[in-house]
Design a protein around this ligand. Sequence first.
Ligand code: NAD
Length: 457
Amino acid sequence: MEGLWSEELRKTFRSGRTRSVEWRKSQLRAILKMLEDHQNHIFNALLQDLSKHPIEVYRDEIGVVKKSANYSLSNVEKWMAPKKGQIPLLFFPSRGEVLPEPLGVVLILVPWNFPISLALDPVIGAISAGNTIVLKLSELAPACSAFLASTIPLYLDHTAIKVIEGGPDIAEQLLQQRWDKIFFTGSPRVGRIVMSEAAKHLTPVTLELGGKCPAILDSLSDPSDIEVAAKRIAGGKWGPCSGQACIAVDYVLVEHEFASILIESLKKTISRFYGGSLENLKNLSRIVNKHHFDRLRNLFKDPIVAASIVYGGSLDEKNLIIEPTILLNPPLDAEIMTEEIFGPLLPIITLTNIQQSIEFINSKPKPLALYAFTKNETFKKQILTETSSGSVTFNDVMPQFLCDTLPFGGVGQSGFGRYHGKYSFDTFSHEKAVLHRSYFLELEPRYPPWNDFKMEF
Ligand code: NAD
């Protein structure tokens, strides 16, 4: 069955229809129309899958996709245009150009945590570049998966874009086929599987993975700066999907003397944003399922780790809710400090000197995002030159994701390849080198028979 889908998509691609700017724009407009018409369905689906608040859904799912679709609509024609390539004088007269061409039939694999935006954002890139697409949704967000699978074919060109529901078994079958590109968002564990399957066909891959994103908090003297930093850390940790986000803060690094000021500020912020106790919690997504709930519970089951909890720690197993939880100096060899947390637990690690944060970060795999709250320009420079991460954001958490003019992607274990805005277009395109030569001016020394004169030339 899947074989037939990819055959149909290949046929559509070969017809050339998806290459026209009209087709690309019509599909981008169709995505916008679908979001307009079905906003309430999307709110409901995310309420069912993750109990996300509609404002969060609008901000992180609908709004993000609308922004990307509008940005591509305004720019796609410019991106498609061939660019002039400078040609050495030796080849005069000639003209060079770099021509972006679609890759062909692409496979997009989607995670569950932002099941609408992390499905449609790469689709926008693939459409903008003129590809046909198979979109495999996440089985762990079934309401969103069912919504997209039933609605996308009503709006988008179903001979060019196929939507598939299912879990690892379906993904494994899809990975057996030949694709012109695989775009994967998910865990490093599955990323390895995707890459090894792709290698069999020499298929290029983009891997958008996860990891432990650190936040460095330099000692700030102004109380209003501390308040802003606490709000931004709390909003970026518990705000989007209760910490189940690839670019959520995983842990904070701070000097010993500053830890209590930070913890007090975070406590106040948490109770203002999310309510003061487990019974009164509001505005927080739930943990996606029992498996992940247990995984997170196990991260602080060890008595030594549990003893490091300075705030929160309560659980509501029935509703899969974990209270925002802060831990102070859990053991560095505990799983909470060696594995991606992907949930509402925030370890704070204290250092004698904030400069040590660089060595600390460098002792771990390269993160997807690095956050640093500091006004010290020398320290900023040091962070930029002495650490490696997918992105660095100073004095905030997350807005880098919303900037279409910045590439989004990881490095090392947090993945490779990048997307958003023009970078998405490039990710799903091949830049073809084109050289136009003339019959005029034939240089004989380039041809045999070789002789001394040609040697001198
Ligand atoms: P996952 O790797 O378990 O699943 C991702 C996709 O792979 C799903 O479609 C799933 O069905 C499929 N899959 C699962 N097992 C498979 C297998 N054995 N073979 C083939 N396909 C398989 O990831 P997840 O739990 O959905 O998402 C959480 C992870 O994703 C975290 O590590 C997080 O950091 C990362 N993530 C990264 C980004 C990013 O933009 N870099 C965004 C969101 C999530």
